[in-house]
Ligand binder design. Structure first.
Ligand SMILES: [Zn+2]
Ligand SMILES: [Zn+2]
Length: 296
């Protein structure tokens, strides 16, 4: 069974509609697909319709932008009730923060002599719930300023770039609690990705997060070298955290993230679903059903 638990549609910064993404996953032999757009659940309904039609098991998720001890961390929230008030409110704050960031970023780029405005970004942004830096990067590519997204981040938009603008992100510990209260399970996305400082996510940090409700860590991810994967797997085994692997596919938006290039073991998925079910039972929140023939 091929299980890919972390992908993006054009409801955040992927390039395909949720329906197209699910169809492609089916065509490429993915049995279980997690849709985890940034800070939004907007793609869930369309994805679920197609998943039911083609027989893919859809695991509904969100990749939430968080901060922990001063650093950015991405949290994969699986199967929360999206109508849980505190979760809804916090996602709204994050999305509003991203929308406010855009004009400030464009201002900085113009100050650097680049002729870009919001229409250039809108043109490449599709149906997204919030235009963000990946869309600005795509606009810079289409304007011929840079060759690809990576160059846009390296030269302008990354944390050390001249057009970087700080924005609001959720407190990681609180968000883990909120996801649990919404009946979901939390997994840290690419905890040791090279582009982030991950010193706070060492074994002690992860053990602490587990105490506040963390269920697992994403170990098999393109941004982790073999050594990092081995070390993270050992930590997960010592702590009893669920281990996931996934592509972090963005359609055509990011190279090296082909669907199913990293996958999650079936027993780990079952543990994750059990933890979500336990959170749902404890909180009384109805987690949206997991569709498909495989996961009961
Ligand atoms: Zn991420
Ligand atoms: Zn992602």
């Amino acid at each position: 069974m091929r299980i890919d638990l972390h992908t993006h549609s054009d409801r955040s910064d992927g390039t395909e509609s949720p329906a197209t993404l699910v169809r492609r996953a089916h065509a490429e032999g993915i049995d279980v697909l997690g849709l985890t757009d940034h800070d939004t659940t907007e793609g869930w309904v369309d994805a679920a319709d197609v998943a039911a039609e083609v027989g893919v098991t859809l695991v509904r998720g969100i990749e939430v932008s968080c901060t922990f001890r001063g650093y950015g961390v991405h949290l994969l929230a699986y199967l929360p009730d999206p109508t849980h008030g505190p979760l809804e409110a916090e996602l709204r704050r994050v999305l509003d923060g991203r929308n406010a960031r855009l004009p400030a970023t464009l201002e900085k780029l113009r100050a650097l002599g680049i002729d870009i405005d919001v229409h250039d970004v809108r043109k490449v942004a599709g149906e997204t719930a919030a235009m963000g830096r990946p869309h600005v990067a795509d606009a810079l590519v289409s304007l011929g300023v840079v060759a690809d997204r990576n160059e846009a981040f390296d030269r302008y938009l990354g944390p050390r770039g001249p057009a970087y603008v700080h924005r609001y992100a959720a407190d990681l510990e609180q968000m883990i609690g909120t996801v649990g209260a919404a009946g979901g399970a939390s997994v840290i996305a690419h905890p040791w990705a090279a582009r982030h400082d991950h010193s706070a996510l060492d074994e002690r940090g992860l053990a602490h997060l587990q105490e506040v409700g963390l269920s697992g860590i994403e170990v098999d991810h393109v941004d982790h070298a073999a050594g990092a994967r081995a070390a993270l797997r050992a930590i997960a085994s010592r702590l009893g955290l669920v281990v996931t692997g996934s592509s972090d596919n963005h359609g055509l938006g990011k190279v090296g993230h082909d669907l199913g290039c990293n996958t999650t073991d079936e027993d780990q998925l079952q543990r994750l679903l059990e933890l979500a079910a336990r959170a749902a039972a404890a909180s009384g929140r109805s987690t949206p059903e997991v569709l498909g023939p495989i996961v009961r």
